[in-house]
Design a protein around this ligand. Sequence first.
Ligand code: NAD
Length: 280
Amino acid sequence: MPKNLQETVKLNNGVNMPWFGLGVYKAQEGEEVIQAVKSAIRTGYRSIDTAAAYNNEEGVGQAVREAMEENGLTRDQLFITSKVWNSNQGYETTLQAFETSLSKLNLDYIDLFLVHWPVKGKYKDTYRALEKVYKEGKVRAIGVSNFQIHHLEDLLADAEVVPAVNQVELHPQLTQKELLKYATEKGIFLEAWSPLGQGNLLTNDILVSIGKKYGKSAAQVILRWDLQVGVITIPKSVNEGRIIENADIFDFELSTEDIAAIDGLNLNKRFGSDPDNFNF
Ligand code: NAD
């Protein structure tokens, strides 16, 4: 169990990735994303999750550079994830999209680069391009996002590099137990997106009452549950108080009964799109 924000999981290629990071979907390019990333790194976060589609890679890169300077950190102490967007999927277009992300971030390398969604007929070519940039050393690990078991099976039939991570919607109402078991067997870490159900789960009575026992908020209960069930988590906030609150989860441990009660909230309910039925 990680004891602080800097602790990492060892991915299947030996690279260390922090258990906990900041998501920046819908954080506005410019001041908003810059301040959020700098607050997070000042708080002790070491991992930032962006994507080409979030249109804030330039701000993320600028914030990372400024935060390194201000906090006396080196590039290898931070972990930056980005993703290729659906309209750029395909082999050549993904190679170009990777270079665009790298140049917008204005970093020497990206730590983790993901196929954002399993676009039918394209995701295998997209992933081959990721394997190429990985072999060239431009990215330390590669992976996928929104892949169901059948997508992973299809990909693994041809992949030379097993994805290090599968980033999926995962929270107490979508616990993804089958996918978690399958991914773990294959050496793939699951990473939870919308861990807080986009904020919708924070008034859930059971989560609130579990939190009261430990003097913690529902958000903190969920994020601690992620770590205790073995899932990397990347809650989003641009509010400094919440950025600090979300990370304050290393001084308590949920009991086995409370973990079971949270697992029991599963409804297989998505707040986001269905990976088998999306049209973007
Ligand atoms: P989330 O579950 O992290 O919820 C974020 C929202 O909850 C915030 O907008 C904020 O309003 C609220 N919130 C956060 N902390 C709070 C607190 N302590 N108290 C009260 N309210 C709080 O939702 P998300 O942004 O959708 O997901 C997190 C990250 O996952 C994203 O920023 C992005 O990096 C990633 N993501 C990836 C995909 C994908 O397809 N790969 C899709 C969606 C999100």
